[in-house]
Design a protein around this ligand. Structure first.
Ligand SMILES: [Cu+2]
Length: 204
């Protein structure tokens, strides 16, 4: 009798284990990007950009909202940037920073609408294609995506560029540098755009 009761696990142990596992899974969906995945340089950059968690502070520094929230319901196909299905959120663009490549000064800040607010989730480095940009740019030892067409409709197709997304503030199961994040969702709104992955272009 005694043996049986010590050997046999209570079904509640399993229920409890499941509940704990679910709790962690649930927490994952809103989890911040863990700093252990980032180099000390990246942690420094994130710290410096933390002030933009307030979108108004971003506007004061010249990052202006492009209004729309972007989702890519389908993965990119041949001839397109190989995006995975996911969201990209709302982009705040600082045109004055175009043409400079400085980790501390990303051209774009990416926000996710959440509970009626905008939550800072990523920074994006943006390099327009030009005769000067002969080589694929790199940041934090990671090559940029592209070159690609502008993201229609919030950008003209002609704005060919390289870009690199870094999910400093939100965990991205697709990877810290993945352009899309399957856990970013846009609200039902006339300003939510379901886009297709931009076309790859050649760099002459
Ligand atoms: Cu983006």
């Amino acid at each position: 009798m005694r043996n049986a009761s010590t050997v046999r696990r209570s079904p509640w142990t399993d229920v409890l284990k499941c509940a704990i596992a679910l709790l962690f899974l649930g927490a994952g969906s809103v989890a911040a990007q863990s700093s252990k995945d980032m180099t000390p340089e990246m942690q420094k950059v994130r710290q410096a950009l933390d002030k933009y968690q307030d979108p108004i502070a971003a506007v004061h520094d010249g990052y202006f909202s492009t209004v729309g929230c972007i989702e890519y319901p389908k993965a990119g196909i041949a001839g397109q940037v190989p995006y995975r299905a996911g969201g990209m959120g709302v982009h705040f663009f600082n045109v004055a920073l175009m043409g400079k490549l400085d980790p501390m000064k990303p051209q774009v800040l990416v926000y996710q609408p959440e509970g009626g607010k905008l939550r800072l989730v990523a920074a994006e480095y943006f390099v327009p294609l030009s005769p000067d940009s002969k080589e694929r740019p790199e940041m934090f030892g990671h090559p940029f995506d592209g070159p690609m067409e502008g993201h229609h409709p919030l950008m003209p197709h002609e704005l060919k560029h390289y870009d690199l997304h870094v999910w400093f503030w939100k965990r991205n199961p697709a990877g810290l540098f993945s352009p899309t994040n399957p856990e970013v969702k846009c609200p039902k709104s006339p300003y939510t755009f379901k886009e297709t992955a931009p076309a790859l272009v050649t760099h002459n």
